[in-house]
Ligand binder design. Structure first.
Ligand code: ZN
Ligand code: ZN
Length: 403
């Protein structure tokens, strides 16, 4: 049987030098360096050189799905991630609970509320929008959630109700194209009815009495139409699974046809229990031909501007990866979905390092897994879309082109 394939995506791993070295260059990471010594390395532009990508577009490209074709906005991926059953053509938004005072948004995270399940149920039970539009709202982790609208003649070209700042009212959604008028109307009806339901809800009354910010509104943004994505199994003739902490990556996996395997207790932050996540990965490798695992913490540290924290997290994830069952029936790639320079507290268009490890790989003499060492590797410089074909070929799973 052909080897199984493991794609490890270190979120936001790439960086620029800070105090003379990138976090990867500074970190002690014997396992990743061993993979590089025994493997072949290179640099990957997740989408194209200099293009600053988000996690969704970066992961789509690494899975071999051209984001310019399949990325229709963040909403559908978030909605799939929180478990809404979607069909192509549905319109989806990412949402958050927010606190209102005197008609103004005063806290876009509603005091980082956690107890949202009852609020979700009340909203789904109570909201009825006109025009025969079906609706599902689902709460995610913390203050986050997603909304799906389903019906004839819907169009994602609407402005968000999330004003994206505090001290102003909830925005009214406007159609950005005449064809989207009924979608904007449905979104506004949802938003207004949800506010009426939430303002009366016992969970919020209790929060008020405890001095906590109530969740008085649901703000929506990231509108997108659910795309038609060719299923992973049809495309690659492999059964695939995804392991991740964030709803976004779970949703990308699900919309591409990967089975999402949850791990209790993951946080997506630098404190996430990586050993537990690796247990899920090892179990998945026993059952699936392909496993993608996203490890999020380095991106969090970057967004917080914490270089030492990023270095420390890389050292911890290296220790967790050391539990992987390296053997001749496994092919491994380790790379990132984009760079996230600590100095920027944001993503950048810099390429990320890549290493491929597996039986038959042409070792290139590179010694360390970092942005500068891997630039001298045998794979040269690639795009995210090149990673799956390389993995398939290394694993002996590629199809011959021509006779
Ligand atoms: Zn990312
Ligand atoms: Zn990020």
């Amino acid at each position: 049987m052909a080897p199984r394939i493991l794609l490890v995506v270190l979120d936001g791993i790439g960086d620029r030098p800070w105090k003379g070295a990138t976090a990867l260059q500074a970190a002690r990471k014997p396992f990743l360096d061993r993979l590089v010594r025994e493997g072949v390395s290179g640099l990957v532009d997740p989408v194209a050189p200099g293009v600053k990508v988000g996690s969704a577009t970066g992961h789509l490209a690494l899975l071999g799905y051209d984001p310019y074709q399949y990325y229709t906005g963040r909403g559908p991926f978030e909605a799939a991630g929180v478990g809404i059953g979607l069909r192509p053509g549905d319109i989806a938004f990412r949402c958050n609970f927010a606190t209102l005072r005197g008609g103004l948004v005063v806290d876009r995270r509603a005091g980082r509320i956690r107890e949202t399940r009852e609020l979700e149920e009340a909203v789904n039970r109570g909201v009825r929008v006109s025009g025969g539009v079906e609706l599902v709202f689902r709460a995610g982790t913390g203050h986050r959630g997603a909304l799906m609208l389903r019906g004839a003649g819907l169009d994602p070209r609407v402005s968000p109700t999330d004003p994206k700042r505090e001290g102003v009212p909830v925005s009214s959604s406007e159609p950005l194209d005449p064809a989207a008028a009924s979608t904007a109307r449905a979104l506004n009806e949802f938003t207004e009815q949800a506010m009426a339901i939430l303002s009366e809800h016992p969970v919020n009354r209790r929060r008020e009495s405890e001095g906590k910010n109530p969740a008085g509104a649901i703000l929506s943004r990231g509108a997108g139409v659910v795309p038609v994505i060719p299923p992973f199994a049809d495309r690659y003739h492999m059964r695939g699974a995804a392991v991740a902490a964030t709803a976004l990556v779970a949703g990308i996996g699900r919309l591409c046809g990967l089975e999402f395997l949850s791990t209790p207790g993951l946080t997506g932050g630098v404190d996430s229990p990586l050993e537990k996540k690796m247990e899920t990965v090892r179990r998945a490798l026993g059952e699936y031909d392909f496993v993608m695992v996203n490890i999020k913490g380095a991106d969090e540290a970057s967004h917080d501007g914490k270089w030492e924290e990023k270095v420390g997290f890389i050292e911890r994830l290296d220790g967790a990866l050391d539990s992987l069952p390296l053997s001749p029936d496994l092919v491994v790639a380790v790379t990132g979905d984009h760079s996230s320079p600590v100095a920027w507290k944001d993503h950048s268009g810099d390429p990320v390092p890549l290493v491929l490890w597996g039986e038959g790989v042409r070792r290139d003499g590179v010694q360390r897994f970092d942005e500068v060492s891997c630039a001298r590797g045998g794979l040269g410089r690639l795009r995210g879309l090149d990673v799956m074909p390389l993995l398939l070929d290394l694993a002996g799973r590629s199809e011959k082109y021509g006779e």
